[in-house]
Write a protein that binds this ligand. Structure first.
Ligand SMILES: [Zn+2]
Length: 433
């Protein structure tokens, strides 16, 4: 009996040893597909910069980082540039024409037309080095953003790796109520409207049914619409808590649009995963977020950008007036977030043509350049639950690799000058040749 057990054990051990050797052989002997020569390589985990390194890529993953390439392997020469991980935008809206800011824009476009704009928009994200994004919700009852996410995954179209929210969960007359028409001209009832706790459960279940990874709640009023008040809490704490309960039970996460002070705190107390904007975050709210480990996606630049675009893109005057009023809240709130060492991820919430502008806004707002880079890489990966695959340049992760001119640690705005983009081992852009 004892011998039998011992033999079985030895057999298992031998099998383990063999498997380990085989795996090692597989990895060790695999010939890299390509080597990327990086003039300067930023390790966002440690903040250290290594000079003249080779990133060896096998198929879609990073195999290793070495000081010289193996013989015979093709080299992409980025020795004049700084190389960073593929960037992550954690607050993106991919559907429709990003230069149409009118409150009825999405009502004049079919879901199909919005999706075609989406295909075009996703290329712009890639072109700026954003190889992954988190969709922050849409008001499309047909969920075209989920179709885009799945089409990228299936290789039907090119675009960043996506995780995605469903429809905005909103009160009647709230920030996510797209029906801005007169009472006798209104739309048919829309499936994203939730006025009670049970309504929230139904709307969240619909999002989950159709494949949302995240639930997007409108916790307070907002700026871009012509009807809501950004200072006012919209969904109740009980409603948000129900959304969290239903979403978390299904393995999904919850992000909350929250600008006004009370709505931010109610959302944090309800147990949500991330606060979007947090534009009027007060001391108590910052403390609460720190205690709960709630993420903040501050989206600073989009509010600043509004002052440049003004009414030129069809914006309603009433909406622009809100934008002017809220801007003064942003700086002090962001300072509180930094003082409380909140977990911060990069999100632009704007036209993808300006997706790189948030770097400058974060640093002007008091963040260090390396932390701004972390917000758009390692932090975005953690927030979106993809730390095993993206966010750093380390063996085993996807070969999502970006190069910029100059040194982002001394001038963060060079992140606007992306010369090279690789996603999963495929060269998307190589303008530095
Ligand atoms: Zn947004």
């Amino acid at each position: 009996m004892k011998t039998h057990w011992f033999r079985g054990w030895m057999g298992m051990l031998a099998l383990f040893a063999f498997s380990a050797l085989w795996l090692q052989g597989q990895q060790g002997s695999a010939v890299p597909t390509v080597a990327i020569r990086a003039g300067r390589l930023i390790d966002v985990r440690t903040g250290k910069v290594a000079v003249d390194q080779y990133i060896l890529v096998t198929k879609d993953r990073i195999q290793s980082i070495a000081s010289s390439p193996p013989p015979g392997v093709a080299v992409i020469d980025l020795s004049r540039y700084t190389v960073v991980p593929g960037l992550i935008d954690s607050h993106a809206h991919v559907l429709g024409n990003p230069k149409d800011q009118s409150s009825t824009g999405s009502l004049r476009m079919s879901s199909a037309q919005q999706a075609i704009w989406g295909v075009r928009n996703l290329q712009v994200w890639l072109d700026h080095g954003f190889t992954a994004l988190r969709e922050a919700g849409e008001d499309d009852p047909a969920y075209a953003q989920l179709a885009l996410r799945d089409s990228i995954e299936q290789g039907l179209i090119q675009g960043p790796r996506m995780v995605s929210a469903g429809q905005f969960v909103s009160l009647t007359g709230g920030h996510g109520d797209a029906d801005v028409l007169a009472p006798d001209a209104g739309l048919l009832p829309r499936p994203n409207i939730a006025d009670t706790v049970d309504d929230v459960e139904r709307v969240v279940r619909r999002d989950i049914k159709f494949g949302a990874d995240w639930i997007k709640l409108m916790g307070t009023g907002g700026v871009m619409d012509p009807i809501s008040d950004y200072r006012v809490q919209e969904l109740s704490q009980e409603q948000m808590a129900r959304a969290v309960e239903v979403a978390h039970r299904a393995g999904k996460k919850v992000m909350v649009h929250a600008e006004g002070t009370e709505g931010i705190k109610a959302a944090v107390r309800a147990g949500v995963d991330s606060i979007e904007h947090g534009t009027m975050l007060d001391e108590e709210g910052a403390k609460l977020m720190e205690e709960h480990g709630t993420w903040l996606v501050p989206t600073l630049y989009c509010f600043q950008h509004d002052m440049e675009t003004g009414l030129s893109q069809g914006r309603d005057a009433v909406s622009l007036a809100k934008g002017v009023a809220i801007l003064k809240e942003q700086g002090p709130a962001f300072h509180r977030a930094l003082e409380h060492h909140l977990k911060i991820a990069y999100g632009v919430d704007d036209d993808p043509d300006v997706v790189s502008k948030e770097f400058g806004a974060l640093v002007r707002g008091g963040m260090t350049p390396i932390d701004a880079l972390r917000a758009a890489t390692i932090n975005g990966a953690e927030l979106t639950g993809r730390s095993g695959d993206i966010g750093t340049l380390e063996p085993g992760k996807f070969a999502d690799i970006v190069a910029v001119e100059g040194d982002p640690l001394t001038d963060i705005t060079v992140m606007e000058k992306v010369v090279f983009v690789m996603k999963g081992g495929e060269v998307i852009k190589n303008a530095g040749k």
